[in-house]
Design a protein. Sequence first.
Length: 423
Amino acid sequence: MKLTRKVVAGLKPAGKTVTYYDETVKGFGFRMTAAGASSWILEYRPGAGGRGVSKKRLKLGSPATMSPEQAREEAQRTLARVTLGEDPASARSEERGSLSVSALVEAYMRDHVAAKRKPKTVTEYQMVIDRYIKPALGSMRASLVAPADVARMQAGVIKGKRRNGNTGKTIANRSLAVLSAAFGWGQDMGLVPDGHNPTRRVERFKESKKERFLTVAEMSALGEALIEAETTGIPYDIDASKPHARNAAKPENRKTVFGPHAVAAIRLLLLTGARKREILDLRWQDVDFQRGLLFLGDSKTGPKTIILSEAAVEVLRQIPPIGKFVIAGASAGAEDEKPRADLNAPWRAVLKRAGLEKVRLHDLRHSFASIGVGDSLGLPIVGRLLGHTQAATTARYSHLDTDPLKRAADAIGDRITTALGKK
């Protein structure tokens, strides 16, 4: 048959492994197992060819990463090499037998992750590879890595993190995920043997989600600290033992005033439920004051529209425009203007002044969600406001606010108390 996108998309598992051959390129085909796993393959006879030479099968790639047209072109190039006397299947067998884990993950990063993932993801993956995967497994042949080797790497991550006062479960799971993805991609590319992924039999750690949300009282304290930060300033302490302490300002003058942009950023994070980079990377051209919308060309989940409350619109109206970014950074107004890098200094100061502990900027997003869910707005509505693509992502916020349960308990208690005649 003519192997096209439409034809391939319509093929279903047949209860056994079946190969569908292309009518235009001899030996080129589409192979599907009984379980539904599929790949592009090429069968050929090396050397002089002829019936006296055994056929060899070469896996060209996966339909997930290679279109029919690309696979057909690769098959034609490979057949041309066979005509010149090469044996690609044998060469690949030798290559994947000697390929190291370092070479595998480097190829995965270069040919797949760098091209298809966001820069932040590339940086995170590379960190995991350099710090944990390569030191533990880098020199090993990828085809010989066993689950026990992966478990040893996992244990090493945990041991190292414990020395730093961290359980290490999250980064250990991240290391396994990156390594698993590299092996999966390596199978699709024919760099490691089919079915060889030593991470599959290594159990992941159960992670405890760090979810913190602000109560109404905490929001009030935060609000007061924000007003102080942008007006009179937040007091700071000095270390009297330091050599230059005698030259410090008088106690009544030891205050830091944070600009309107940093304070507005914190307010917007709480009022919109947006992620930190979505606010810090926000440009004035993305703001639609008339309709109360933010149009984000790129976010963690792709293009996104944020619906603004009147309170959020008012915060935006109060921000003095300096440069193209709403939250002006150090290079605001310059030709090569960059967005503000972070909010670490103002956030630490505001938290301390508000008397709050262990609250991350991302917890403002949790707080936005918990209020919406707690006021019975419904998970689908809250999920759309947050920009979630899956309902399950929003569902984890439903337990963050206990107010609805408290109101229900009070209502039941009042009815029982009335029935008992004590009210």
